[in-house]
Design a protein. Sequence first.
Length: 381
Amino acid sequence: MQYSERRNITRWIIITTSFVIVSLILLNTYSFFQIFKNEERHKMELWAQAQTTLINSDLNADTSLPLKIIQNARIPIVVTENNKIINDINIDEDIKKDSIKLKFFLEKLKSENDAIKMEYVPGKIQYLYYGNSSLLNKLKYYPIALLLIIVLFGALVYNFYRSTKMATQNKLWAGMAKETAHQIGTPLSSLIGWLEIMKADNVDATTISEIEKDINRLQIITERFSKIGSEPVLENKDIINETLISFDYLKSRFSNQIEFSFLAPSEPIIISLNPELHSWTIENLMKNAIDAMKGRGKLKLAIENDGHYIKINISDTGKGIPKNQFRRVFEPGFTTKKRGWGLGLSLTKRIVEEYHKGKIKVLQSEIGKGTTMQILYKKTT
């Protein structure tokens, strides 16, 4: 607990420090921007003075300095008199040639900086409008670029943290699953021994048959848990037969209040799958459907072959799923049950998509009427 609290405090210290650093960088950038902006205005004021000096100078006066100031201007400039443009400097030719574009450009300059008043003859007033230099424009977008970099870096860190956390959780679940398989193995061996004794004592054959089925089921469950965390072996199997085995097993263990139906082509459909994991998938989906119907309703499993894909649709007449939860139902930990860890559909998705390279989705659902889950497998050629 103390370690967890310490880790949270450290995390918040890092976040706060990062926020302070970013704020200082942005504040410093804004300060630089204002300094450069003031310097540019000062340059334009010098340009206006040089222009006034040049116009008012005598023919024999030394005008080299004013000329140098005017010629070194690298900022777009428009000079107006009586609301008419009389001069423009450092402006693209296509804007100069088009009077409408030039007027729009002047409005843009007015929005960027305040005009500088030039009065080189009493009563003769001109206004100098100027834009921002390329350096100032680049500096203006620097905070945005910085924020984007920070956001991308944050997303990268979050992704790395989430991936690491998920990898740790996967290792934990795989370890727990293997340990569960190991723990089940000991009493299961004992049960097999007792079953042999019951056979020797001529116990009722029907009873022995049912117990044998359940022991076989426990062996399959143990095999499933032992496969978690390792790459399963895929075999070419008839998916209709493999699905029917799981379907019949569950059908025999639920009450007659559920109406089961199984539809499939008459010809076998061979695809690459792992029998134990496939049966786990079918059982998870069927049990979810039965839970959604609260043990009473219609459950239909249909297998279709469209030539390219094998479709397994499992439909129920249960409570349904809201449309905004179609994707969320497959997230680890998501559950609508009062009891449950929300791992069934997450595990099912992993078996279908990671191990069998298929797809699983909520095909359709209507509140109060039922849901259809669909599995898509690529047909083996």
